[in-house]
Design a protein around this ligand. Structure first.
Ligand SMILES: Cc1cc2nc3c(=O)[nH]c(=O)nc-3n(C[C@H](O)[C@H](O)[C@H](O)COP(=O)(O)OP(=O)(O)OC[C@H]3O[C@@H](n4cnc5c(N)ncnc54)[C@H](O)[C@@H]3O)c2cc1C
Length: 316
C-alpha cells in the first residue's frame, strides 16, 4: 500500500519535527518517518543550550537568526503541545583555562556585542571568582554572555512533535531503506514496511544524514561526533551560570538543570572512532566524586579521575 503526502520528512529529531510543524502550518500534508522514537537521536541527548554565540564565520548570522526564531516560538510550541520544555535563562561563562585562550576569547566580547539581543563583558579572574567561587583560581578570566537559555532537549523535541501532530502531521515508525525515482524526481520513500508517495523529501537524519548519500549517489559529508553527558549530584548551591571551557582538547560544559547539574563533553574524533573518552577532558570542570552513582556513571567517574588533580571546580 502506498501513502501520499506533499512532503515526507525522514527523521523525527528536533530538525525534522520543526520542519514538519512549519510545513503543516503552511497547509501542506506531511509524513515524518522515524526509525526509532521521537527525539531518540541527538535531539533527546543534547545539553539543551540555545547559545547564539558559539558559531562564527559564514553561519554566524544563521545561528543568530535561528536563536531568535527559537526564542519567539518557544512559548507557542509549549502552549500548543502542553509539554513543558523546562526553559531557563542564565548567563553563560566561557572560561579561559590557559593563557593561550586569552586573545581569542577577549575578541569574543566585541563580536557578541554586535548582536542587539546580547550583552557580553570580559571578567578578570577576580570577577570570575565573585560570579562563581567554586571555579578554580587557576583561570585567566572569562567571557560573560547574558540571555543564553537552556531547555530540556528531549521535552522540547516532544513538544515540537506534538504541536506538529496537532496540526495534522502523520508520524510513522519505520526505517527508510531507499528512494524511488520518477525520471529525475524522487517519487517515493521506501521503508521496511511501506512506500510513501511524495512531492518532496526532507532529509533530517541528523548525524546519520550521510546515509542518504548512498540513495542519492552523492557524497554528503556529515559524520557523527561523539559526545557524552553525565548527571552529577546536586550542588549544595545551584549553579547560576552555564560554564564552558576547552580542556585537554575537549569541549566541556557544566549546566544546572532543574534538579541537578549536567556535565557534557564532546570530543571531535570522526566516524564513531573514539580513541579516548571525551570525559577525560572533564577533569577540568568537575570533581569525579560528584558524578551520580549509577552503572554508567561509574565508568565516567573513573575516566574523569584519571585526569585529576587538574580540577577547575574547587568545592561544592
Ligand atoms: C552530548 C550532546 C550535547 C549537545 N548539546 C547541544 C547544545 O547544548 N545545544 C545545541 O544547540 N545542540 C547541542 N547538541 C547538538 C544537537 O543535539 C543536534 O544538533 C540536534 O539534536 C540535531 O537534530 P536532528 O533532528 O538533526 O538530529 P537527530 O535528533 O539525531 O534526529 C535524526 C533522526 O533521524 C532518524 N533516522 C536516521 N536514519 C533514519 C532512517 N534511515 N529512517 C528513519 N529515521 C532515521 C534517527 O533515528 C533520529 O531520530 C548536542 C548533541 C549531543 C550529542
Amino acid at each position: 500500500m502506498s501513502v501520499k503526502s506533499d512532503v515526507v520528512v525522514i527523521g523525527g529529531g528536533v530538525i525534522g519535527s520543526s520542519i514538519a510543524l512549519q510545513l503543516a502550518s503552511d497547509g501542506l500534508t506531511v509524513t515524518v518517518v522515524e526509525r526509532d522514537s521521537i527525539g531518540n537521536g541527538a535531539s533527546g541527548f543534547a545539553l539543551g543550550l540555545i547559545n547564539p554565540t558559539n558559531e562564527t564565520g559564514n553561519i554566524e548570522s544563521l545561528n543568530h537568526e535561528s536563536y531568535l526564531m527559537h526564542r519567539d516560538q518557544l512559548e507557542r510550541i509549549q502552549d500548543e503541545s502542553g509539554v513543558d520544555a523546562q526553559v531557563r535563562t542564565k548567563p553563560h561563562l566561557e572560561l579561559a583555562l590557559t593563557e593561550e585562550d586569552l586573545p581569542e576569547l577577549r575578541a569574543e566580547v566585541d563580536r557578541i556585542n554586535r548582536f542587539d539581543a546580547f550583552y557580553s563583558e570580559w571578567l578578570p579572574p577576580t570577577d570570575v571568582a565573585k560570579a562563581e567561587p567554586r571555579i578554580t583560581e587557576q583561570n585567566f578570566g572569562g567571557v560573560l554572555v547574558e540571555n543564553v537559555f537552556i531547555l530540556d532537549s528531549y521535552n522540547y523535541t516532544l513538544a515540537v512533535a506534538q504541536a506538529a501532530e496537532k496540526r495534522g502531521v502523520n508520524f510513522v515508525t519505520s526505517t527508510v531503506r531507499d528512494l524511488s525515482w520518477n525520471k529525475s524526481a524522487i517519487s517515493k520513500v521506501v521503508t521496511d514496511q511501506e512506500e510513501y508517495d511524495c512531492g518532496s523529501v526532507v532529509f533530517a537524519m541528523g548525524p546519520w544524514t550521510g546515509t542518504a548519500g548512498v540513495w542519492l549517489d552523492v557524497d554528503i559529508p556529515i559524520v557523527p561526533q561523539k559526545g557524552e553527558i553525565v548527571r552529577i549530584a546536586g550542588f549544595d548551591k545551584p549553579l547560576n551560570h552555564h560554564i564552558h571551557g576547552f580542556h585537554l582538547n575537549s569541549s566541556c560544559s557544566v549546566v544546572q538543570k532543574r534538579r541537578r547539574p549536567d556535565l557534557a563533553c564532546s570530543h571531535q574524533t570522526g566516524r564513531y572512532r573514539v580513541r579516548h573518552s571525551p570525559l577525560c577532558g572533564s577533569a577540568g570542570v568537575v570533581n569525579p566524586a560528584w558524578i551520580e552513582d549509577d552503572s554508567c556513571a561509574r565508568g565516567a567517574r573513573g575516566r574523569v579521575a584519571n585526569r585529576l588533580p587538574q580540577t577547575c571546580f574547587t568545592g561544592r
